[in-house]
Write a protein that binds this ligand. Sequence first.
Ligand SMILES: Nc1ncnc2c1ncn2[C@@H]1O[C@H](COP(=O)(O)OP(=O)(O)OP(=O)(O)O)[C@@H](O)[C@H]1O
Length: 260
Amino acid sequence: MSALIEARGLTIQRPGSHETVLQNVDFRIGPQEIVTVVGPNGSGKSSLVRALLGHMPLAAGRVVRKPGLRIGYVPQRVQVDTTIPITVRRFLSLPRRISDDVAARVLTRTGVQGVEARQLTQLSGGQFQRVLLARALLHDPHLLVLDEPTQGLDQPGIVAFYKLIEEVRRQTGAAVLMVSHDLLVVMRASDRVICLNGHICCEGTPQHVSTAPEYRALFGAGSEGTLALYQHHHDHDHDHDHDHGHGHGPHPHHHHAEAP
Ligand SMILES: Nc1ncnc2c1ncn2[C@@H]1O[C@H](COP(=O)(O)OP(=O)(O)OP(=O)(O)O)[C@@H](O)[C@H]1O
């Protein structure tokens, strides 16, 4: 199975400085995979996604995207200018015009049928995320990239959104790369989880990652809860990680599960 995107030795610096944000990260995602990136605030999740999309310069390493790869992207922050009225229908036609039929179909697929005439600013958080997903699906992407798609949603909204993602994958065959803070749901909805903290701490199936010492060190023993991420104590010492056979530090490959 050939990868949709493959990165090797990815190193990224904070824009305008030599400070390393990501160090020597290897990454790949195959067709129809659901891969989720978790990690504390500032651990480089969005940077990784942006580098994979070619939106960010690399300090080292390389990214290879399959030729002709179509990507649907929902960025972490979508600024809606509340002073300019725009309907859902018009929003879906930016930047490329689509027909009413296509708009109706994609909104139905994401569970918000009939909202075409509504102003973007009048949608609930959950409806807005579904409209963003609909827009990302418009041009039949091989890969959907969603950076914290459930931010601002309540727990039932989050669960419903991840169910929708799985359904979309089943219906369209698109692979999904997500950044998320919703650990519990992530663990249930992903084929593979990457735990990031400036480098890959651990990686593999949700079961593998949730029991990995690196993951527990980052998110705490009771790390199934959403709050764990925000309360994280990075309480292990990088300098001594190697003594513990630990995957942290400049050699991040020890605990990688083999990519499919
Ligand atoms: N445009 C930018 N200018 C300066 N620094 C940046 C910029 N974008 C990201 N950074 C820095 O790079 C580091 C990684 O940020 P990134 O947004 O990738 O982390 P993240 O894991 O997605 O965080 P969060 O969970 O808070 O969204 C942070 O220290 C951040 O301050």
